[in-house]
Design a protein around this ligand. Structure first.
Ligand SMILES: NC(=O)c1ccc[n+]([C@@H]2O[C@H](COP(=O)([O-])OP(=O)(O)OC[C@H]3O[C@@H](n4cnc5c(N)ncnc54)[C@H](O)[C@@H]3O)[C@@H](O)[C@H]2O)c1
Length: 436
Protein backbone atom coordinates (compact mmCIF):
# COMPACT_ATOMS: atom_id res chain seq x y z
CA UNK A 1 0.00 0.00 0.00
CA UNK A 2 1.35 3.40 -0.93
CA UNK A 3 1.83 6.03 1.71
CA UNK A 4 2.10 9.75 1.43
CA UNK A 5 2.25 12.85 3.56
CA UNK A 6 -0.84 15.01 3.66
CA UNK A 7 -1.70 18.21 5.45
CA UNK A 8 -4.58 17.64 7.85
CA UNK A 9 -5.24 21.35 8.12
CA UNK A 10 -3.29 24.22 6.62
CA UNK A 11 -0.57 25.14 9.07
CA UNK A 12 -1.46 22.41 11.54
CA UNK A 13 1.37 20.06 10.65
CA UNK A 14 1.29 16.85 8.67
CA UNK A 15 0.63 13.18 9.17
CA UNK A 16 1.23 10.13 7.05
CA UNK A 17 -1.86 8.36 5.78
CA UNK A 18 -3.57 6.65 2.92
CA UNK A 19 -7.24 7.04 2.18
CA UNK A 20 -9.58 4.15 2.91
CA UNK A 21 -11.75 5.33 0.07
CA UNK A 22 -11.91 7.97 -2.64
CA UNK A 23 -15.35 9.07 -3.79
CA UNK A 24 -15.29 10.45 -7.34
CA UNK A 25 -18.17 12.90 -7.92
CA UNK A 26 -19.24 15.20 -5.08
CA UNK A 27 -22.96 15.46 -5.79
CA UNK A 28 -26.23 14.27 -4.26
CA UNK A 29 -24.81 10.75 -4.06
CA UNK A 30 -21.08 11.31 -3.51
CA UNK A 31 -21.24 13.74 -0.58
CA UNK A 32 -23.66 11.68 1.57
CA UNK A 33 -21.61 8.57 0.74
CA UNK A 34 -18.34 10.24 1.76
CA UNK A 35 -20.02 11.60 4.88
CA UNK A 36 -21.39 8.17 5.86
CA UNK A 37 -18.04 6.45 5.40
CA UNK A 38 -16.09 9.17 7.21
CA UNK A 39 -18.58 9.32 10.08
CA UNK A 40 -17.93 5.58 10.56
CA UNK A 41 -14.22 6.26 10.95
CA UNK A 42 -12.96 5.77 7.37
CA UNK A 43 -10.62 8.32 5.85
CA UNK A 44 -12.22 9.60 2.65
CA UNK A 45 -10.89 11.60 -0.26
CA UNK A 46 -13.46 13.30 -2.49
CA UNK A 47 -12.50 13.92 -6.12
CA UNK A 48 -14.44 16.36 -8.29
CA UNK A 49 -13.64 18.47 -11.34
CA UNK A 50 -15.36 21.58 -10.00
CA UNK A 51 -12.68 23.81 -8.39
CA UNK A 52 -15.09 26.00 -6.43
CA UNK A 53 -17.00 23.03 -5.09
CA UNK A 54 -13.79 21.36 -3.93
CA UNK A 55 -12.64 24.57 -2.23
CA UNK A 56 -16.00 24.93 -0.47
CA UNK A 57 -15.96 21.31 0.71
CA UNK A 58 -12.45 21.85 2.11
CA UNK A 59 -13.71 24.92 3.98
CA UNK A 60 -16.24 22.62 5.62
CA UNK A 61 -19.19 23.80 3.53
CA UNK A 62 -21.60 21.15 2.28
CA UNK A 63 -23.90 22.03 -0.63
CA UNK A 64 -26.06 18.95 -0.02
CA UNK A 65 -28.89 19.64 2.43
CA UNK A 66 -28.86 16.07 3.76
CA UNK A 67 -25.27 16.57 4.95
CA UNK A 68 -25.21 19.49 7.41
CA UNK A 69 -22.17 21.73 7.03
CA UNK A 70 -21.55 21.54 10.80
CA UNK A 71 -21.01 17.76 10.56
CA UNK A 72 -18.99 17.97 7.35
CA UNK A 73 -16.79 20.71 8.82
CA UNK A 74 -15.95 18.51 11.83
CA UNK A 75 -14.89 15.68 9.52
CA UNK A 76 -12.74 18.08 7.48
CA UNK A 77 -11.17 19.54 10.62
CA UNK A 78 -10.37 16.07 11.95
CA UNK A 79 -8.72 15.15 8.63
CA UNK A 80 -11.23 12.39 7.92
CA UNK A 81 -12.39 13.91 4.64
CA UNK A 82 -10.67 16.11 2.12
CA UNK A 83 -11.60 17.12 -1.40
CA UNK A 84 -9.34 17.46 -4.42
CA UNK A 85 -9.43 18.01 -8.17
CA UNK A 86 -6.26 15.97 -8.60
CA UNK A 87 -6.93 12.46 -9.88
CA UNK A 88 -3.31 11.53 -9.06
CA UNK A 89 -4.32 11.36 -5.41
CA UNK A 90 -6.38 8.25 -6.25
CA UNK A 91 -3.12 6.34 -6.05
CA UNK A 92 -3.23 6.84 -2.30
CA UNK A 93 -6.73 5.41 -1.85
CA UNK A 94 -7.51 1.76 -1.18
CA UNK A 95 -10.93 1.94 -2.80
CA UNK A 96 -12.32 4.16 -5.57
CA UNK A 97 -16.08 4.71 -5.60
CA UNK A 98 -17.60 6.33 -8.68
CA UNK A 99 -20.68 8.49 -8.02
CA UNK A 100 -20.91 10.31 -11.35
CA UNK A 101 -23.88 11.47 -13.44
CA UNK A 102 -25.39 9.04 -15.95
CA UNK A 103 -27.74 11.18 -18.07
CA UNK A 104 -29.61 10.43 -21.28
CA UNK A 105 -28.48 11.90 -24.60
CA UNK A 106 -30.81 14.13 -26.64
CA UNK A 107 -31.93 10.97 -28.42
CA UNK A 108 -32.78 9.49 -24.99
CA UNK A 109 -29.97 6.96 -25.07
CA UNK A 110 -27.58 6.22 -22.16
CA UNK A 111 -24.77 8.73 -22.03
CA UNK A 112 -21.83 7.20 -20.19
CA UNK A 113 -19.34 9.84 -21.37
CA UNK A 114 -18.65 11.17 -17.87
CA UNK A 115 -18.28 7.73 -16.29
CA UNK A 116 -16.02 6.47 -19.11
CA UNK A 117 -13.80 9.57 -18.95
CA UNK A 118 -13.43 9.15 -15.18
CA UNK A 119 -12.69 5.42 -15.45
CA UNK A 120 -9.97 6.21 -17.99
CA UNK A 121 -8.46 8.57 -15.41
CA UNK A 122 -8.75 5.85 -12.78
CA UNK A 123 -7.10 3.32 -15.12
CA UNK A 124 -4.04 5.57 -15.42
CA UNK A 125 -3.64 5.36 -11.64
CA UNK A 126 -4.81 1.77 -11.11
CA UNK A 127 -2.48 -0.37 -9.01
CA UNK A 128 -2.58 -3.88 -7.60
CA UNK A 129 -4.85 -4.04 -4.55
CA UNK A 130 -7.28 -1.36 -5.69
CA UNK A 131 -11.02 -1.82 -5.27
CA UNK A 132 -13.18 0.03 -7.81
CA UNK A 133 -16.94 0.31 -7.25
CA UNK A 134 -19.42 1.92 -9.63
CA UNK A 135 -22.32 3.53 -7.74
CA UNK A 136 -23.94 5.40 -10.66
CA UNK A 137 -27.25 4.08 -11.93
CA UNK A 138 -26.83 2.31 -15.26
CA UNK A 139 -27.98 -0.59 -17.46
CA UNK A 140 -27.07 -4.22 -16.69
CA UNK A 141 -23.63 -5.28 -17.94
CA UNK A 142 -22.09 -1.77 -17.76
CA UNK A 143 -19.61 -2.81 -15.07
CA UNK A 144 -18.55 -5.91 -17.00
CA UNK A 145 -18.73 -4.62 -20.58
CA UNK A 146 -17.68 -0.99 -20.19
CA UNK A 147 -15.72 -0.52 -16.95
CA UNK A 148 -13.79 -3.80 -16.71
CA UNK A 149 -12.20 -3.60 -20.21
CA UNK A 150 -10.94 -0.05 -19.60
CA UNK A 151 -9.36 -1.07 -16.29
CA UNK A 152 -7.89 -4.29 -17.72
CA UNK A 153 -6.22 -2.43 -20.59
CA UNK A 154 -3.60 -1.60 -17.96
CA UNK A 155 -2.53 -5.25 -17.93
CA UNK A 156 -3.97 -5.74 -14.45
CA UNK A 157 -6.62 -8.43 -14.15
CA UNK A 158 -9.87 -8.20 -12.23
CA UNK A 159 -10.19 -10.68 -9.34
CA UNK A 160 -6.45 -11.28 -9.37
CA UNK A 161 -4.84 -7.82 -9.26
CA UNK A 162 -7.74 -5.56 -8.43
CA UNK A 163 -11.39 -5.83 -7.42
CA UNK A 164 -14.40 -4.45 -9.25
CA UNK A 165 -18.03 -4.29 -8.14
CA UNK A 166 -21.31 -2.48 -8.68
CA UNK A 167 -23.19 -1.09 -5.70
CA UNK A 168 -26.11 1.19 -6.52
CA UNK A 169 -26.75 4.29 -4.46
CA UNK A 170 -30.36 4.37 -3.24
CA UNK A 171 -30.36 7.75 -1.54
CA UNK A 172 -33.55 9.82 -1.57
CA UNK A 173 -32.52 13.49 -1.24
CA UNK A 174 -34.49 15.30 1.43
CA UNK A 175 -35.63 12.09 3.13
CA UNK A 176 -34.72 12.47 6.79
CA UNK A 177 -35.80 8.93 7.68
CA UNK A 178 -34.05 6.83 5.06
CA UNK A 179 -30.43 7.76 4.46
CA UNK A 180 -27.30 6.33 2.87
CA UNK A 181 -26.53 4.81 6.27
CA UNK A 182 -29.75 2.95 7.01
CA UNK A 183 -30.89 1.88 3.54
CA UNK A 184 -29.47 -1.61 2.88
CA UNK A 185 -26.54 -1.57 0.44
CA UNK A 186 -26.70 -3.92 -2.56
CA UNK A 187 -23.30 -5.24 -3.63
CA UNK A 188 -22.45 -7.41 -6.64
CA UNK A 189 -18.83 -8.02 -7.68
CA UNK A 190 -17.31 -9.47 -10.84
CA UNK A 191 -15.93 -12.30 -8.68
CA UNK A 192 -17.04 -13.47 -5.21
CA UNK A 193 -13.85 -11.93 -3.82
CA UNK A 194 -14.78 -8.61 -5.43
CA UNK A 195 -18.20 -8.75 -3.72
CA UNK A 196 -16.61 -9.50 -0.34
CA UNK A 197 -14.04 -6.75 -0.66
CA UNK A 198 -16.71 -4.17 -1.52
CA UNK A 199 -18.99 -5.42 1.25
CA UNK A 200 -16.15 -5.04 3.76
CA UNK A 201 -15.69 -1.42 2.78
CA UNK A 202 -19.31 -0.57 3.54
CA UNK A 203 -19.64 -2.83 6.59
CA UNK A 204 -19.88 -0.80 9.78
CA UNK A 205 -20.61 2.36 7.82
CA UNK A 206 -24.00 1.30 6.46
CA UNK A 207 -26.39 -0.70 8.61
CA UNK A 208 -26.83 -3.70 6.35
CA UNK A 209 -25.34 -5.18 3.20
CA UNK A 210 -27.21 -7.36 0.73
CA UNK A 211 -24.88 -9.35 -1.51
CA UNK A 212 -25.99 -10.45 -4.98
CA UNK A 213 -24.20 -12.91 -7.25
CA UNK A 214 -23.22 -10.55 -10.09
CA UNK A 215 -22.88 -6.85 -10.93
CA UNK A 216 -25.74 -7.35 -13.42
CA UNK A 217 -28.12 -8.35 -10.62
CA UNK A 218 -27.08 -5.24 -8.66
CA UNK A 219 -27.43 -2.99 -11.72
CA UNK A 220 -30.91 -4.32 -12.52
CA UNK A 221 -32.02 -4.13 -8.87
CA UNK A 222 -31.57 -0.37 -8.93
CA UNK A 223 -33.39 -0.06 -12.25
CA UNK A 224 -36.26 -2.25 -11.02
CA UNK A 225 -36.74 0.08 -8.04
CA UNK A 226 -36.96 3.14 -10.25
CA UNK A 227 -39.08 1.46 -12.94
CA UNK A 228 -41.48 0.32 -10.21
CA UNK A 229 -42.00 3.95 -9.22
CA UNK A 230 -42.29 5.24 -12.81
CA UNK A 231 -44.90 2.60 -13.73
CA UNK A 232 -47.00 3.06 -10.59
CA UNK A 233 -46.94 6.84 -10.88
CA UNK A 234 -48.09 6.47 -14.50
CA UNK A 235 -50.93 4.23 -13.34
CA UNK A 236 -52.32 6.82 -10.92
CA UNK A 237 -51.70 9.62 -13.42
CA UNK A 238 -53.88 7.78 -15.92
CA UNK A 239 -56.48 7.09 -13.25
CA UNK A 240 -56.53 10.79 -12.27
CA UNK A 241 -57.48 11.71 -15.84
CA UNK A 242 -60.26 9.13 -15.95
CA UNK A 243 -61.51 10.27 -12.54
CA UNK A 244 -61.76 13.83 -13.80
CA UNK A 245 -64.04 12.69 -16.64
CA UNK A 246 -66.12 10.50 -14.35
CA UNK A 247 -66.42 13.09 -11.58
CA UNK A 248 -64.68 10.87 -9.02
CA UNK A 249 -62.17 12.27 -6.52
CA UNK A 250 -58.93 10.36 -7.28
CA UNK A 251 -57.33 11.46 -4.00
CA UNK A 252 -60.21 10.07 -1.99
CA UNK A 253 -59.92 6.77 -3.87
CA UNK A 254 -56.16 6.51 -3.26
CA UNK A 255 -56.58 7.38 0.43
CA UNK A 256 -59.26 4.71 0.75
CA UNK A 257 -57.22 2.06 -1.10
CA UNK A 258 -54.26 2.83 1.16
CA UNK A 259 -56.22 1.62 4.17
CA UNK A 260 -55.68 -1.94 2.89
CA UNK A 261 -52.95 -3.33 5.14
CA UNK A 262 -51.44 -5.58 2.46
CA UNK A 263 -51.06 -5.80 -1.32
CA UNK A 264 -51.39 -2.08 -2.04
CA UNK A 265 -48.83 0.68 -2.06
CA UNK A 266 -49.87 4.29 -2.39
CA UNK A 267 -48.61 6.47 -5.25
CA UNK A 268 -49.80 10.00 -5.98
CA UNK A 269 -50.62 11.60 -9.32
CA UNK A 270 -48.78 14.79 -10.22
CA UNK A 271 -47.66 17.13 -12.99
CA UNK A 272 -45.01 14.69 -14.28
CA UNK A 273 -41.77 13.05 -13.24
CA UNK A 274 -38.72 14.97 -12.08
CA UNK A 275 -35.24 14.55 -10.72
CA UNK A 276 -32.18 12.75 -11.93
CA UNK A 277 -33.56 9.22 -11.53
CA UNK A 278 -37.16 8.29 -12.29
CA UNK A 279 -37.57 10.10 -15.65
CA UNK A 280 -34.19 8.85 -16.89
CA UNK A 281 -33.08 5.50 -15.49
CA UNK A 282 -35.87 3.28 -16.89
CA UNK A 283 -34.74 4.22 -20.41
CA UNK A 284 -31.29 2.81 -19.70
CA UNK A 285 -32.97 -0.59 -19.57
CA UNK A 286 -35.13 0.07 -22.63
CA UNK A 287 -32.00 0.83 -24.64
CA UNK A 288 -30.11 -2.23 -23.46
CA UNK A 289 -33.12 -4.51 -23.96
CA UNK A 290 -33.13 -3.69 -27.69
CA UNK A 291 -29.82 -5.53 -28.00
CA UNK A 292 -31.77 -8.62 -26.91
CA UNK A 293 -34.66 -8.01 -29.39
CA UNK A 294 -36.84 -7.09 -26.44
CA UNK A 295 -39.25 -4.17 -26.09
CA UNK A 296 -39.80 -2.96 -22.51
CA UNK A 297 -43.41 -1.94 -23.08
CA UNK A 298 -44.35 -1.09 -19.49
CA UNK A 299 -41.51 1.41 -19.37
CA UNK A 300 -42.46 2.98 -22.70
CA UNK A 301 -46.13 3.22 -21.76
CA UNK A 302 -45.34 4.71 -18.35
CA UNK A 303 -43.03 7.22 -20.05
CA UNK A 304 -45.78 8.19 -22.48
CA UNK A 305 -48.38 8.73 -19.73
CA UNK A 306 -45.99 10.60 -17.42
CA UNK A 307 -44.61 12.82 -20.18
CA UNK A 308 -48.13 13.84 -21.13
CA UNK A 309 -48.94 15.10 -17.62
CA UNK A 310 -47.65 18.68 -18.03
CA UNK A 311 -49.86 18.99 -21.14
CA UNK A 312 -52.85 17.66 -19.22
CA UNK A 313 -52.08 20.05 -16.35
CA UNK A 314 -51.93 22.98 -18.76
CA UNK A 315 -55.45 22.09 -19.91
CA UNK A 316 -56.57 22.03 -16.25
CA UNK A 317 -55.18 25.54 -15.75
CA UNK A 318 -56.96 26.67 -18.88
CA UNK A 319 -60.29 25.21 -17.69
CA UNK A 320 -59.84 26.70 -14.22
CA UNK A 321 -59.27 30.15 -15.72
CA UNK A 322 -62.23 29.79 -18.11
CA UNK A 323 -64.70 28.74 -15.47
CA UNK A 324 -63.25 30.31 -12.34
CA UNK A 325 -62.21 33.70 -13.72
CA UNK A 326 -63.84 33.91 -17.14
CA UNK A 327 -60.44 34.42 -18.72
CA UNK A 328 -58.41 32.68 -21.35
CA UNK A 329 -54.96 31.37 -20.61
CA UNK A 330 -53.58 33.85 -23.08
CA UNK A 331 -52.89 37.09 -21.24
CA UNK A 332 -53.54 35.64 -17.78
CA UNK A 333 -51.08 36.01 -14.93
CA UNK A 334 -50.18 32.54 -13.65
CA UNK A 335 -48.06 31.91 -10.55
CA UNK A 336 -46.45 28.48 -10.19
CA UNK A 337 -46.09 27.65 -6.51
CA UNK A 338 -43.11 25.30 -6.02
CA UNK A 339 -40.81 24.50 -8.93
CA UNK A 340 -38.37 21.98 -7.40
CA UNK A 341 -38.99 18.44 -8.63
CA UNK A 342 -40.22 17.39 -5.18
CA UNK A 343 -41.16 18.94 -1.89
CA UNK A 344 -38.76 20.49 0.59
CA UNK A 345 -35.67 20.44 -1.63
CA UNK A 346 -34.22 22.94 -4.09
CA UNK A 347 -33.34 20.53 -6.90
CA UNK A 348 -35.00 21.47 -10.21
CA UNK A 349 -33.39 18.85 -12.45
CA UNK A 350 -35.97 17.52 -14.92
CA UNK A 351 -38.66 19.27 -12.87
CA UNK A 352 -42.08 19.18 -14.59
CA UNK A 353 -42.37 22.85 -13.59
CA UNK A 354 -39.90 23.70 -16.36
CA UNK A 355 -42.14 22.08 -18.96
CA UNK A 356 -45.19 23.77 -17.48
CA UNK A 357 -43.55 27.20 -17.73
CA UNK A 358 -42.81 26.51 -21.40
CA UNK A 359 -46.31 25.23 -22.18
CA UNK A 360 -48.09 28.04 -20.35
CA UNK A 361 -45.91 30.64 -22.04
CA UNK A 362 -46.58 29.07 -25.44
CA UNK A 363 -50.28 29.51 -24.71
CA UNK A 364 -49.68 33.22 -24.05
CA UNK A 365 -49.75 33.23 -20.24
CA UNK A 366 -47.62 35.61 -18.20
CA UNK A 367 -45.82 33.11 -15.94
CA UNK A 368 -43.97 33.71 -12.69
CA UNK A 369 -43.12 31.43 -9.79
CA UNK A 370 -42.55 31.34 -6.05
CA UNK A 371 -40.35 28.72 -4.40
CA UNK A 372 -38.63 29.24 -1.03
CA UNK A 373 -35.97 26.67 -2.05
CA UNK A 374 -35.26 27.91 -5.59
CA UNK A 375 -34.07 31.50 -5.97
CA UNK A 376 -33.61 31.36 -9.70
CA UNK A 377 -34.77 29.22 -12.62
CA UNK A 378 -32.03 30.04 -15.11
CA UNK A 379 -33.41 27.69 -17.79
CA UNK A 380 -36.52 29.86 -18.21
CA UNK A 381 -35.04 33.20 -17.11
CA UNK A 382 -37.12 33.63 -13.95
CA UNK A 383 -36.42 34.48 -10.32
CA UNK A 384 -38.63 33.52 -7.41
CA UNK A 385 -41.32 36.20 -6.96
CA UNK A 386 -43.04 37.25 -3.78
CA UNK A 387 -45.94 34.99 -2.76
CA UNK A 388 -48.84 37.32 -3.43
CA UNK A 389 -51.69 35.03 -4.56
CA UNK A 390 -54.15 37.87 -5.17
CA UNK A 391 -51.82 39.48 -7.71
CA UNK A 392 -52.30 36.57 -10.15
CA UNK A 393 -55.27 35.22 -12.06
CA UNK A 394 -54.36 31.70 -11.05
CA UNK A 395 -52.00 30.01 -8.59
CA UNK A 396 -50.84 26.55 -9.66
CA UNK A 397 -49.45 24.35 -6.88
CA UNK A 398 -46.79 22.35 -8.74
CA UNK A 399 -44.66 21.25 -5.78
CA UNK A 400 -45.98 21.21 -2.23
CA UNK A 401 -43.24 22.52 0.07
CA UNK A 402 -44.24 22.05 3.69
CA UNK A 403 -43.57 25.61 4.86
CA UNK A 404 -46.30 27.15 2.68
CA UNK A 405 -49.65 27.98 4.29
CA UNK A 406 -51.97 26.56 1.62
CA UNK A 407 -55.18 27.55 3.39
CA UNK A 408 -53.95 31.14 3.26
CA UNK A 409 -53.05 30.78 -0.44
CA UNK A 410 -56.57 29.50 -1.23
CA UNK A 411 -58.06 32.28 0.83
CA UNK A 412 -56.23 35.03 -1.05
CA UNK A 413 -56.09 33.59 -4.58
CA UNK A 414 -58.72 34.07 -7.28
CA UNK A 415 -58.32 30.55 -8.64
CA UNK A 416 -56.07 27.70 -7.46
CA UNK A 417 -55.04 24.64 -9.46
CA UNK A 418 -53.74 22.06 -7.02
CA UNK A 419 -51.64 19.39 -8.73
CA UNK A 420 -50.43 17.83 -5.44
CA UNK A 421 -53.43 17.69 -3.15
CA UNK A 422 -51.63 20.27 -1.00
CA UNK A 423 -54.95 21.88 -0.08
CA UNK A 424 -56.38 18.52 1.06
CA UNK A 425 -60.05 17.53 1.31
CA UNK A 426 -60.97 21.08 2.29
CA UNK A 427 -59.37 22.47 -0.86
CA UNK A 428 -61.03 19.83 -3.02
CA UNK A 429 -64.40 20.90 -1.67
CA UNK A 430 -63.70 24.59 -2.37
CA UNK A 431 -65.11 25.79 -5.74
CA UNK A 432 -62.06 28.05 -6.15
CA UNK A 433 -59.75 25.05 -6.19
CA UNK A 434 -59.25 22.82 -9.22
CA UNK A 435 -57.54 19.60 -8.23
CA UNK A 436 -55.70 17.14 -10.40
N1 LIG B 1 -29.61 12.22 -7.00
C1 LIG B 1 -30.20 11.14 -6.59
O1 LIG B 1 -31.22 11.18 -5.90
C2 LIG B 1 -29.65 9.77 -6.92
C3 LIG B 1 -30.08 8.67 -6.17
C4 LIG B 1 -29.56 7.42 -6.43
C5 LIG B 1 -28.67 7.28 -7.50
N2 LIG B 1 -28.30 8.36 -8.25
C6 LIG B 1 -27.33 8.14 -9.32
O2 LIG B 1 -26.04 8.49 -8.84
C7 LIG B 1 -25.24 9.06 -9.87
C8 LIG B 1 -24.74 10.42 -9.48
O3 LIG B 1 -25.83 11.29 -9.35
P1 LIG B 1 -25.81 12.63 -8.51
O4 LIG B 1 -27.24 13.03 -8.36
O5 LIG B 1 -24.97 12.49 -7.28
O6 LIG B 1 -25.06 13.61 -9.54
P2 LIG B 1 -24.66 15.14 -9.28
O7 LIG B 1 -24.85 15.83 -10.58
O8 LIG B 1 -25.33 15.65 -8.05
O9 LIG B 1 -23.11 15.09 -8.95
C9 LIG B 1 -22.14 14.66 -9.80
C10 LIG B 1 -20.81 15.32 -9.45
O10 LIG B 1 -19.83 14.76 -10.33
C11 LIG B 1 -18.93 15.78 -10.69
N3 LIG B 1 -18.22 15.38 -11.91
C12 LIG B 1 -18.65 15.45 -13.19
N4 LIG B 1 -17.71 14.93 -14.01
C13 LIG B 1 -16.69 14.54 -13.23
C14 LIG B 1 -15.43 13.92 -13.48
N5 LIG B 1 -15.06 13.59 -14.72
N6 LIG B 1 -14.63 13.64 -12.44
C15 LIG B 1 -14.99 13.97 -11.18
N7 LIG B 1 -16.16 14.56 -10.88
C16 LIG B 1 -17.00 14.83 -11.90
C17 LIG B 1 -19.80 17.00 -10.83
O11 LIG B 1 -19.02 18.20 -10.72
C18 LIG B 1 -20.78 16.83 -9.67
O12 LIG B 1 -20.30 17.46 -8.50
C19 LIG B 1 -26.14 9.03 -11.12
O13 LIG B 1 -25.91 7.84 -11.83
C20 LIG B 1 -27.53 9.00 -10.53
O14 LIG B 1 -28.46 8.42 -11.43
C21 LIG B 1 -28.74 9.60 -7.96
Amino acid sequence: MLERTVETKPGSGTETKTWDAAVVGAGYVGVPLAHTLAAAGRSVLVVDIADELVAALNRGESHITDVPSAEWETLVREGRVRATTDYDELRDADAILLALPTPLSKQREPDLTIVVAAVEEVARRLRPGHLVVLESTTYPRTTREVIQPILERTGLEVGRDFHLAFSPERVDPGNGTWTTKNVPKIVGGITPACTERAAQLYEGAVDSIHRVSTPEAAELTKLLENIFRAVNIALVNELAQLCERMGIDVWEVIEAAATKPFGFMSFQPGPGLGGHCIPIDPFYLTWKAREYDFATEFIELAGKVNENMPYYCRSLVSQALNHGRQRSLSGSKVLLLGVAYKSDIGDTRESPALKLVELLRNAGADVSYHDPHVEELGEVGLRSAELDPAAHDCVVIVTAHSQIDYADVVDKAHVVVDLRNATGAEGRANPKVWSL
